[in-house]
Design a protein around this ligand. Structure first.
Ligand code: 8IG
Length: 269
């Protein structure tokens, strides 16, 4: 096994030991502004700082608290164990790809068959409103970076599982679907770059999710991606972009997002 996967196995073993939960079912990665949505999941059975576990870095962004939690959701007598990551490492931090995908690899090694990736993003599609959640249907990677190395030709035609998107839409049929562009950052796009992305067929733009989706899928997990549109992308409204706006829009939508996640997660496994 490659060293990154060995490291993910050690982190998973440490989670099992410290939490007393031998295996988890679903992983949930909470992006900017999504952290308070976890209130809807109840009280965690276990929590630790991510950086206490092998391979995790300290968080770099305000609004990302860098915790790992274990929740139990019980529905119709079925217990679903959810491994939650509050915050993530981004490619723009300049630490390379491995720490970016270490969390999802750890989750799969901890037993998770489904990985739910949430993020805050810019809306390229002018039909989207700030505060609106959008299911990721597909992506365009503009970073030219992959978490995989070697002659490992992974099919991505159903990366954002159609099966899971159908279940989520069964829960909330008003949810839109869109194509997410991964932009390295830390700069936002120029207005010209947003026009280019729209021309390519993109609806959403952000600085995360894509490497994690690829790494989780390559290990055999099913992926759900949900973006929260927290600002109109550059040039769409003429306003400038700022991080406070992102945090505020996330807080405003947290209740709805938390309930959606709590209702949907037991139906995924
Ligand atoms: I929140 O407009 C958030 N993240 N690249 N562009 C990019 N990332 C983002 C944006 C945005 N908004």
């Amino acid at each position: 096994m490659s060293q990154p996967l060995i490291n993910a196995e050690s982190a998973a073993a440490e989670i099992a030991k410290r939490s007393g939960v031998p295996a988890h079912d679903v992983a949930l990665v909470m992006g900017s502004g999504w952290v308070s949505a976890t209130d809807a999941l109840g009280t965690p059975k276990f929590e630790c700082d991510a950086h206490e576990l092998p391979g995790f870095l300290a968080p770099a962004v305000e609004g990302h608290s860098g915790k790992v939690r274990s929740y139990e959701i019980i529905e119709n007598g079925k217990t679903v164990r959810v491994l939650v990551f509050l915050g993530r490492t981004h490619l723009y931090e300049g630490k390379g790809m491995e720490p970016v995908v270490h969390g999802v690899r750890t989750a799969v090694k901890a037993g998770c068959k489904v990985v739910v990736l949430t993020n805050a993003c810019g809306g390229i599609n002018t039909n989207y409103k700030v505060g609106q959640p959008v299911l990721i249907r597909d992506h365009i990677s503009l970073t030219a970076a992959s978490p995989l190395e070697g002659a490992n030709f992974v099919d991505l035609t159903d990366l954002y599982s159609k099966r899971i998107r159908a279940i989520v839409k069964g829960e909330d049929e008003s949810l839109a679907e869109g194509v997410y562009v991964h932009w390295r950052g830390p700069t936002y796009e120029t207005p010209a770059e947003i026009l280019m992305m729209r021309g390519m067929g993109a609806d959403l733009v952000g600085m995360s999710t894509v490497p994690e989706a690829i790494a989780a899928h390559a290990l055999g997990a099913e992926v759900l991606g949900i973006s929260l549109v927290t600002n109109a992308a550059a040039g769409v409204t003429g306003e400038k972009l700022n991080h406070e706006e992102v945090i505020a829009a996330g807080k405003a939508a947290a209740d709805r997002m938390g309930k959606l996640l709590k209702n949907v997660i037991p139906k995924l496994v």
